[in-house]
Design a protein around this ligand. Sequence first.
Ligand code: AMP
Ligand code: ZN
Ligand code: FE
Ligand code: FE
Length: 286
Amino acid sequence: MHDTPLIDLHTHTTASDGTFSPAALAQTAKTIGLSALALTDHDTIDGLVEFQETGRLLGLETIPGIEFAALWEKHHRPEIHIVGLGIDPHSPILLERMKDIRKSRDLRNRKMCEKLTSIGLHLSLEEVQANAGGEVITRAHFANVLLEKGYIRLRSDAFSRYISPGLPGYVEREFLSPALCIQTIKEAGGAAVLAHPTLYDLNPAQLEELVEELIPYGLDGIECFYSTYTPEQTRAISALAEKYHLLPSGGSDFHGKNKPDIHLGSGKGNLAIPYALWENLKKRTK
Ligand code: AMP
Ligand code: ZN
Ligand code: FE
Ligand code: FE
């Protein structure tokens, strides 16, 4: 038992690429004794209604969130992730952005079906849709269908032969700009947090450059606690947060069975995120 109430501010469900339903996620958080839990699915708010409804029934504080993917147009143009916490799921600007993201994915999926079919791997959008079963369609579902139809023997062959950058079945995704992601989160009343900065392959100077660019857009915080950080990384990111007056956030990035070594709340066993972090971030929400 911990004396301090603990929380988790970064998690995924079946609404994106996790394996727990939003209700099961909230139920698990309650069972392990978390005091508050954010749901931050990739580029979608589809899980939030069920998540918040379950939270209400259980008496668990639920924080509606999202994890946006953005492209930073500097250096090697890394994909960066920006978490929004305490967003209003009914915000018209947020809903508009969700529509844009769906449209752009849809166009990309059609192009990928055409490209794959043109090299003899016949698959239709309907087949990929059926495999996704209502989830946001990603390359993971293309891989599943290629395997199902016997075009490959191993699922990983899809990525090594056909649907990774530079290969003949690949079509680039469109990304939002970091500015638009942060603006959308702010306009939806949320706090904007730079997720897991250690994963972007940036050196310390480049990471500072990124942070200096994002702060004027309204960045509120940065993930100082994260499942895969070493103690040194936790210290370095915490020092960065302090230098730029960014609020510390923290989360496990729980994905259920899709990341089996990462547990809700405790990550790889090393995480303990105090409620006080959310208390401070909450003051930045509307
Ligand atoms: P997308 O966002 O459509 O580009 O697809 C990203 C998804 O594809 C990820 O969430 C993974 O599930 C899957 N994926 C990407 N690269 C690989 C890989 N090398 N091996 C297995 N799955 C991958
Ligand atoms: Zn994910
Ligand atoms: Fe992420
Ligand atoms: Fe994540």
